[in-house]
Design a protein around this ligand. Sequence first.
Ligand code: ACO
Length: 321
Amino acid sequence: MRTIRITGSALPGRIVTNKELEQMVETSDEWIRERTGIGERHVSVGETVVTLASEAARKALEQAGKRAEEIDLILVATCSPEQYLPCCACQVQAAVGAVNALAFDVNAACSGFLFALDTAKRYLDGKRYQKALVIGAEILSKIMDWEDRSTCVLFGDGAGAAVLSVCEGEEGIRSMVQGSDGARGMVLRCDNRPVNNPFQKNETGHSYVSMNGQEVYKFAVRTVPDAIEKAVEEAGFSMDEIDLFLLHQANYRIIEAVAKRLHQPMEKFPTNLQEYGNISAASIPILLDNVNNHGRIKQGNKIILAGFGAGLTWGATVLVW
Ligand code: ACO
């Protein structure tokens, strides 16, 4: 089996409240809280995907009592890297001194951490690799249009890391379900910078995030419960046996709708979007670190990690702690 026992997270120091956003765009604390549940978010004022990812990784390694040299794989899930090259994972490798690690990035937007976790698990299944650092890290504040009230109020910055290692017995990752639907991908997009190519006509695209919120909402409330049901069935458990559902933190109403569809009480769905907003690939590992640090996870607990996002992509995992 492959399992996560150790986690870490890092957030920028600057907190931006809904009240502050009221001064910037035509919005209100009431509207944002009612429609999303979000109260504030952390916004980078100099931190980068790599600095936050490295800090989260160091915290996880410290907690594990592991030396960076023992890590043989680093995957960073991100859709907001500062650079095309080199990838964030290689920069994290250099920053933490994990000289023996293979390192690369994964982009599946908000589902990225789950896709990276599955990729890492498959490397570990191959026996050659024993310990992986799986990280979700984003600086979404730099790909937001801060004049667009329909998106800028939703997102935040941060990073979460988990150490995946080989384990014995009943614990570990029991099932993983993932999917993609590129045909509907344009409902949530952010284009590259304009092309500077003398041989083709330049076209300016959406260089900041643009989203059809209602389409994403409908997609999420249909797809996430289905993925969770499949993952639970594959793991051989019943839904009622699941102790915790750690969902991508996009919108409190989406989480409530998923809980209702699965006939599960909201107490099983911890949230942190009130303080952090939606941090795409970093949302799930940061939430995992929060509940882990607050002692909410007991050995043997059955945990769902589930997410959805741009691509479109989605995934659900059953983990026995
Ligand atoms: N403040 C005040 N009014 C606003 C704001 C705002 N920040 N944003 C939009 N509005 C207005 C709209 O202009 C619209 O006004 P109109 O009726 O005069 O045209 C009105 O509010 C309603 O807009 P809707 O888009 O219909 O609002 P809705 O109830 O759908 O809520 C929201 C919008 C919160 C985005 C919702 O659709 C949602 O959560 N969708 C899912 C989005 C999501 O999960 N995205 C992330 C997933 S993927 C990823 O994480 C990368």
